[in-house]
Design a protein around this ligand. Structure first.
Ligand code: G3H
Ligand code: ZN
Length: 329
């Protein structure tokens, strides 16, 4: 079927207290993995599983805008899964224009690096560009930092080698206070939503972009305060790093501080309806490719490695889809 408007996926999900996965694609294999995962989960759960495929401006330039969006449109045509195509983290109006030219069915304008007033002004402009074309707009309030803001590449490599509990302790010491200060302020929410006219709100609630595995707790208490002030679907960013369930917290030995919780809590009690996942899928693809190559270093056929990588991504996506549908706790 044709691509669908992202509102058609998120508004029913909000009512039902479930989430829709928004997965970032970087190549054809990832797009296939997402759609196949949704098809298999629809079968497994016995109810339709919706899908948001995201391309960042970087990924759109990597593939070429027309080819990147074109691949998503073609897979959508060939499946019964309802798919929305979102431009992720646009920071320039030209990028929004490109998304509209290429029939994206949602955009995120990320003005979080700007002072609040400028963020509001530019987001409003994006809404004025998109709404007449029937395209909804996600906006960002507060700032979701990235792990590279706090650690060098070598330090990140070291953190990745540590047990989750130790890595979390080090990240808390170095980044915890700053991440907290960057969270969205509940008192800004109503005014921001009203002035911008946005459709979905990515309000920072303590997550960090770019963590390689699900180890990091988020501030569900802040999310609850934010949710009280807007009826819009809320969006979780930096979700690769967020602990998925209370069971994971226990298994990984992470100590939760006051107000902290998991992705499951964020969905069930915090009103999170769209969950953006990128890094963990990129890591799964790379690791799948490396493992397949190491298992057969004389392999010359790219496809035999690509298939393994694609399958790893598909399995990871299915894990998230089970969680978002409320099928794991
Ligand atoms: O917008 C994309 C997401 O926020 C992805 O974050 O790479 O940490 O999963 P992540
Ligand atoms: Zn993000």
């Amino acid at each position: 079927m044709p691509l669908v408007d992202e509102r058609e996926l998120l508004l029913p999900a909000l009512k039902e207290r479930r989430a829709v996965g928004a997965f970032n694609a970087n190549n054809m294999e990832m797009i296939q993995a997402f759609v196949w995962a949704a098809e298999e989960m629809t079968e497994e759960l016995g109810k339709p599983v919706d899908l948001i495929i995201q391309l960042s401006p970087g990924a759109s330039k990597y593939a070429g805008w027309a080819l990147g969006a074109g691949m998503v449109k073609i897979v959508a045509q060939e499946t019964n899964i309802r798919i929305a195509l979102n431009l992720d983290h646009a920071t320039k109006l030209e990028e929004i224009e490109k998304a509209l030219e290429n029939n994206f069915t949602a955009v995120l304008f990320d003005g979080s690096s700007l002072p609040l007033e400028e963020n509001i002004e530019l987001t409003r402009k994006v809404v004025e560009m998109c709404h007449p074309r029937g395209v909804p707009v996600e906006a960002e309030l507060g700032k979701i930092p990235k792990i590279e803001d706090y650690f060098s590449k070598d330090e990140i490599a070291h953190l990745r080698s540590l047990p989750a509990k130790e890595a979390v302790k080090i990240i808390r010491e170095r980044a915890g206070k700053s991440v907290e200060e960057l969270m969205a302020k509940p008192e800004d929410v109503e005014m921001f939503v009203e002035k911008t006219g946005c459709d979905f709100l990515a309000a920072a609630f303590g997550s960090i972009h770019g963590i390689w595995d699900d180890i990091w707790p988020v501030r569900v208490d802040r999310l609850v305060e934010i949710q009280k002030r807007t009826p819009l679907p809320l969006v979780s960013h930096g979700s690769s790093g967020i602990l998925m369930t209370p069971k994971d917290v226990e298994e990984k030995g992470i100590e939760l501080m006051e107000g902290e919780g998991t992705l499951l809590d964020a969905i069930q009690t915090g009103g999170v309806t769209k969950v953006n996942v990128a890094t963990i899928l990129s890591v799964s693809f790379i690791q799948g490719f490396i493992d397949a190559y190491n298992a057969n270093p004389s392999e010359k056929d790219f496809r035999n490695l690509g298939k393994v990588a694609r399958d790893r991504v598909k399995e990871k996506v299915k894990e998230y889809m089970r969680l978002f549908a409320g099928a794991i706790s």
